[in-house]
Design a binder for this molecule. Structure first.
Ligand SMILES: C[S@@+](CC[C@H](N)C(=O)[O-])C[C@H]1O[C@@H](n2cnc3c(N)ncnc32)[C@H](O)[C@@H]1O
Length: 397
């Protein structure tokens, strides 16, 4: 039911300032013709030295920052009026959601809930992989004291964040019937393409097994020494039955088709080989974090105007090449029947290659606009993405 915005914000503010019942608040989206300073703000009450404050966590899609403020009406009303289109306030017994419409009214909805308040300050992100887990020692991420080696900290974080995205996506795909519930007889099959030292391969295997999932994981890498090393580690951990490695090129791998294809920084067009292998074999879920991009960059000889304003600077041309490459990969996946998201899977401080293409097979027919966009972009720039030549069912020229 439409409410006056003022009334809705005051009501939300009353709930937020009642810190005895407040559980959390999320401000997101942008009101028409308004700019917000942050993409999203999460708020929760925290107890610091005996006082209850509100902890604001700002996210701009890359980094997050936190700030603690007192629960004062004026400050909260200012925040609520600062341009966010969606406001959710969860209290112990109900949730209030406010959506600001294009015309500036408020759609308000209440739902009964039973929630629990957590006032702990400095909540650390729960680790998925215990640094002292023997597999982290075996692959060389942790030292003998069970601590992450400083030189491997970024890789450890990349692998953890990759898993943080893999697990909920996998669970939703199982719930939606897109992936069959894994069983002992029919374990979930995962192939890691361009696995290198197999940090992610082992982590996916160990973590999924630790949460009770039956899995079989295969790691593919062109380098025989990686394969030998990884198979030896699997043997030493006693898990060779459910994790195997092959020294093969992705494009011609003999690996059995998988439910899930993952790739973390497979070089240049090896990422295209990984996507193509997954699509051609009908993989249900793809999580691909691309690496360097040279294929499109080499083809960007003449930029369509007015993009010359950007490509005349080498650094911008390179970034434009990266964006075009991944945008076209996403577009191709959409056209061949995948629902696709392109997200940052980790902060840029841990790797500049922090984009992930996450695709779930739906089999949906593509929208005409997706085909038009693909054709327009490739013809304006005069480029032919490597991936387009690797998927026989992709017939858009
Ligand atoms: C940058 S490393 C990433 C390794 C690992 N995924 C990680 O994140 O630690 C890229 C790996 O891809 C492998 N690779 C590159 N091209 C390949 C291809 N065409 N087929 C199989 N492996 C390939 C390389 O040997 C290398 O180990």
């Amino acid at each position: 039911m439409p409410h006056s915005l003022e009334q809705a914000l005051e009501e939300a503010c009353t709930l937020i300032t009642d810190t005895s019942t407040l559980v959390r608040v999320v401000l997101s989206g942008r009101r028409r013709n308004m700019q917000t300073e942050h993409e999203r703000i999460d708020i929760r009450p925290v107890e610091i030295k005996g006082s209850i404050l509100l902890q604001l966590t700002y996210s701009d899609g890359r980094a997050t920052t936190t700030k603690n403020i007192s629960a004062e009406t004026t400050a909260i009303l200012d925040l609520l009026s600062s341009g966010y289109a969606n406001i959710t306030v969860d209290s112990l017994d109900r949730s209030m959601s406010v959506r600001v419409t294009k015309s500036g009214d408020a759609q308000v909805h209440f739902e009964k809930k039973t929630l629990v308040q957590d006032l702990t300050h400095d909540k650390k992100k729960e680790r998925l992989l215990d640094p002292s887990d023997p597999f982290l020692l075996a692959v060389g991420i942790s030292d003998h004291k069970g601590q992450i080696k400083p030189s491997k900290n970024d890789k450890y974080k990349q692998v953890e964040e990759f898993l943080r995205l893999l697990v909920p996506t996998l669970n939703s795909a199982i719930e939606a019937g897109q992936i069959e519930k894994p069983s002992k007889e029919k374990p979930l099959s995962i192939v890691d393409l361009g696995c290198g030292h197999a940090y992610l391969t082992f982590a996916a295997h160990q973590y999924l097994r630790s949460i009770g999932m039956n899995v079989h994981v295969t790691g593919i890498d062109i380098r025989p020494e990686s394969c030998d090393r990884n198979n030896a580690i699997a043997g030493s951990l006693g898990i060779s039955q459910t994790i195997t490695f092959k020294a093969e090129e992705i494009a011609s791998t003999t690996a059995q088709q998988a439910d899930i294809a993952i790739a973390l920084h497979a070089c240049d067009t090896a990422t295209d080989d990984a996507i193509a292998w997954a699509v051609n074999g009908g993989a249900k879920l793809l999580l691909i974090a691309p690496c360097c991009h040279h294929d499109i960059q080499k083809q960007m000889e003449q930029s369509p105007e007015p993009w010359g304003a950007l490509t005349k600077f080498g650094v911008m041309k390179e970034r434009m090449g990266d964006l075009l490459t991944d945008a076209l990969r996403a577009q191709i996946l959409r056209i061949v029947g995948y629902r696709v998201e392109v997200i940052e899977f980790i902060g840029g401080e841990h790797t500049p290659r922090n984009i992930m293409i996450r695709a779930v097979k739906t089999g949906a027919q593509p929208d005409a606009i997706d085909i038009d966009r693909y054709r327009e972009i490739t013809s304006q720039w005069g480029i032919v993405p490597a991936l387009s030549k690797k998927i026989p069912t992709f017939t858009i020229g």
